[in-house]
Design a protein around this ligand. Structure first.
Ligand code: URP
Ligand code: ZN
Ligand code: ZN
Length: 460
């Protein structure tokens, strides 16, 4: 199978030029002007932007969580991602406390194997660090190609580890060539505030937000960075939402330390006023919660300063009936919101189209940096000869509105209902196959492959 993409405007993290791309098999085999190879399929990309396929390194598919499971499975989630220009996702395996990492990995393989449309990889969430877990880290890195280890400083009793476990894990992961990533919020302080609000009869979604003030995130981000400094581990903070947390990352640059930071599209464009909408606010109950306009401004600045390298989604969808589990108590609302399909279009529309970030920065934070940080570059994350032909052809001018009526995610509402977007994903190519084209699906379930990742190098 070969494809020739003609006359597109190719944009990578560092370049921007009009050219053709020739794809043979699953790789890009030539890039240049007026390429004249004969191909099985020719795509006219005049007037279109041609990006590397998006990489979303923070999604939760078919994940057992808070007494239920996220509503997109590997089939629906990776397909929705492809419709939205994202060709590779990194999902999270969650260790069950008291059980091994391998036990969890087998469960996650059972749900994902053969079920994906798009390419995928796993982070391993270590929720119980002990001598047995320690002995499994090397095998995860060397044999499974799982090189990033997620930690939770919150969700006590299910996922949270304490600082002593964190330090032990950091030492071992560092020795094995991996990276420690973190949900950085102070779980004990949050639990205290949740209990206080519940005891006062304050049980609406607003109190989810008020139980996780900015300080819970900034304190934990600083603590995680200090522990990474002490151990020399490479660290990555997931779903950063606020100025206070960002300022810790800005500060540590002074002491010759690098901690990578990811924000998510919702924290750049939505704010906490949505929690005023009575129980409808449950649509945006996620952890950490949405913040304030001043935090949005800080996050956009952090992207442009290079202190935030990645824009992900933390896609963790629940249907309305699942959200209603917390109708009488915000603490029982499953945390998370649906966004896997909208990240690229929203980031383009709100970022590039509105003049907040450049086109190159868009590619950097939506694809290239995640590939570099998580050991997939240059196989993924760029348009280059020899790279996987993962490509998004994007119309920068088409205007449309996001809606539950048109999205492909397995959720019965949209967190962005009616949102006007400029720019539309037209064709997504995954490893040399047209995967989705103007809403049509041209690959089969099971085409998506697991991506084994390389050891982590500090390269950004
Ligand atoms: O609310 C969220 N973020 N749900 C998914 C789990 C997590 O903390 O990332
Ligand atoms: Zn989290
Ligand atoms: Zn998450």
């Amino acid at each position: 199978m070969s494809i020739l993409i003609k006359n597109g405007r190719l944009v990578t993290a560092s370049e921007d030029f009009i050219a053709d791309i020739f794809i043979e098999g699953d790789k890009i085999s030539a890039i240049g002007k007026n390429l004249s190879m004969s191909a099985d399929e020719v795509i006219d990309a005049s007037g279109k932007l041609v990006f590397p396929g998006g990489i979303d390194p923070h999604v939760h598919l078919d994940m057992p969580f808070m007494g239920t499971s996220s509503s997109d499975n590997y089939e629906t989630g990776t397909l929705a991602a492809l419709h939205g220009g994202t060709t590779t996702v990194i999902d999270f395996v969650l260790q069950t406390q008291g059980k091994s990492l391998h036990h969890a990995l087998e469960q996650w393989k059972g749900r994902s194997n053969g079920n994906c449309y798009g390419d995928y990889s796993f982070h391993m969430a270590v929720t119980d660090f002990n001598d047995h877990t320690k002995a499994e880290i090397k095998e995860m890195v060397e044999k499974e190609g799982i090189t990033s280890f997620k930690t939770f400083m919150a969700y006590k009793g299910a996922l949270m580890i304490d600082d002593r476990q964190m330090v032990g894990l950091m030492n071992e992961v560092k020795a094995c060539g991996g990276m420690v990533t973190v949900h950085a919020t102070n779980g004990d302080l949050i639990d205290f505030l949740i209990a206080k609000h519940r005891s006062e009869g304050k049980r609406s979604p607003l109190y989810h937000y008020l139980s996780q003030p900015e300080i819970t995130e900034s304190e934990a981000t600083g603590r995680f960075s200090d522990l990474a400094y002490q151990t020399g581990a490479t660290g990555y903070v997931v779903h950063m939402t606020c100025e206070g947390a960002l300022n810790h990352i800005r500060d540590i640059a002074k002491r010759n330390q690098k901690v990578y930071a990811e924000t998510c599209i919702q924290y750049l464009i939505l704010d906490a006023s949505l929690y005023q909408r009575d129980f409808e606010g449950a649509k945006w109950v996620m952890s950490p919660p949405l913040r304030e306009l001043k935090d949005q401004a800080a996050l956009w600045a952090g992207i442009n300063q290079g202190t935030i390298q990645v824009v992900a989604t933390d896609h963790c969808p629940f249907k309305w009936d699942q959200k209603r589990l917390g109708e009488k108590d915000f603490a029982a609302i499953p945390n998370g919101h649906p966004a896997i399909e909208h990240r690229m279009e929203l980031l383009y529309s709100e970022g590039v189209h509105k003049g907040k970030i450049s086109l190159n920065k868009f590619v950097e934070v939506s694809s290239t940096n995640a590939a570099k940080i998580f050991g997939m570059y240059p196989k993924k994350g760029t348009l280059a000869i020899g790279s996987d032909a993962d490509i998004l052809i994007f119309d920068p001018n088409e205007k449309h509105a996001l809606s539950v009526k048109t999205h492909h995610m397995n959720v019965d509402y949209s967190a962005y209902e009616g949102w006007e977007v400029t720019g539309k994903c037209k064709t997504t190519i995954l490893r040399g196959q047209v995967a989705t084209d103007k809403g049509d699906v041209r690959i089969k379930k099971g085409y998506g492959q697991f991506v084994k990742r390389k050891k982590i190098k500090a390269i950004i």
